[in-house]
Design a protein around this ligand. Structure first.
Ligand SMILES: [Zn+2]
Ligand SMILES: [Zn+2]
Length: 344
């Protein structure tokens, strides 16, 4: 049986539980493809999963932000796909429930994220259903493509999918200097919206502006609504992308225009927040959750990347055996943008 290199989380715990090892090569079933992994992003989801803060079992190969080339096709897969450059849609899904059939594979109840179920990205090869392998357009390198499903796709879902941001609208983004925020700024600008970005730290202001924000509010005290009010001529923001929530949600609601949509993405504090129902009612504010990208979002993300409308923020590239170091950097929030694993 051929073997491959992989990084497994041998236990639940700190970054040191990540270990380079050799495992059996996965064998593609009739509807599967085997993907030779070129690059895999490290997601905060992986960090939580490794630490046991979301369900998982030891011995798994983590990672769901995968780009590579098809190295083998199952019997039912068109042999022409051999060698195709692909990103992998990060959820395994049933394909028959009402959500899957409605194009919302992200909501399939019988689905799991790759790396929680099935082989993940921190390995030489991954075996996935052929339908999960999405062709990468020519002219987009695979390292950048690894960001399509998660940071960019998630930003597309929130800004264009859930909020339906339209040209000329004002989009307020909290935690704008983070990995999601920097991509959300660009996605919002891609449809000609005006972006007001909020960051807690002055040293991130230049990066946020460089990502395309029209206005940057540095608010270490998390007070920003009066400045939003001033910048919008007392109109408020039409869309709020809330990456923080804890300590900012009240200010986000106070920053809203009438009929605004507040998209909840952050759960920094992991505990309930208060809302002022009077304000929500008076301004007819919609509060909406947002999560994984849909297939369509991933296609849009790839298009935005290949047309350079969105520049991928890659904070560092590390070889796979240094995955533990990558996790530690994520936990210390010591990098701006994704850390991508590439090469052995
Ligand atoms: Zn991710
Ligand atoms: Zn389903």
């Amino acid at each position: 049986m051929p073997r491959m290199k992989a990084v497994i989380a041998r236990a639940l715990g700190g970054p040191e539980v990540l270990q380079v090892t050799e495992v059996e090569c996965p064998e593609p079933g009739p509807d599967d493809v085997l993907v030779r992994i070129h690059a895999a992003g490290i997601c905060y989801h992986d960090v939580l999963s490794r630490a046991g803060k979301i369900p998982g079992t030891p011995g798994r190969i983590l990672g769901h932000e995968i780009a590579g080339e098809i190295a083998a096709c199952g019997a039912n897969v068109a042999p022409a796909r051999l060698g195709e450059r692909v990103v992998i849609y990060q959820r395994l899904f049933c394909g028959t429930c009402r959500y899957c059939l409605g194009g919302r594979q992200d909501l399939c109840r019988n689905s799991r994220v790759l790396g929680e179920q099935g082989g993940g990205g921190y390995a030489e090869l991954a075996c996935v259903p052929a339908r999960n392998a999405i062709r990468v357009p020519d002219g987009l390198d695979l390292t950048a493509a690894a960001l399509a499903v998660c940071p960019v796709g998630t930003s597309v879902r929130a800004a264009l999918g859930v909020a339906g941001t339209a040209p000329g609208q004002t989009v307020l983004i909290t935690g704008a200097g983070g990995g999601l925020g920097l991509h959300q700024i660009q996605v919002a600008k891609s449809v000609q919206a005006r972006v007001i970005a909020v960051t807690g730290s002055a040293d991130k202001a230049a990066t946020v502006r460089e990502a395309g924000a029209d206005e940057v509010i540095v608010a270490p005290d998390l007070k920003f609504s009066s400045e939003v009010w001033r910048l919008t001529g007392k109109q408020g923001a039409d869309v709020v992308l809330e990456n923080v929530v804890t300590g900012t949600f009240g200010e986000s609601l106070r920053s809203c225009a009438q009929l605004a949509t507040v998209v909840v993405l952050g759960n920094i504090g992991g505990r309930p927040v208060e809302i002022d129902p009077g304000l929500v009612i008076m301004r007819r504010i919609r509060i909406a959750g947002s999560g994984n990208a849909t297939f369509n979002d991933v296609h849009m993300a790839l298009h935005l990347l290949v047309t350079r409308a969105v520049k991928p923020y890659i904070g560092g590239v590390l070889p796979f055996p240094r995955a533990a170091e990558g996790h530690a950097l994520m936990e210390q929030r010591a990098v701006t943008g994704r850390i991508v694993l590439q090469g052995w």
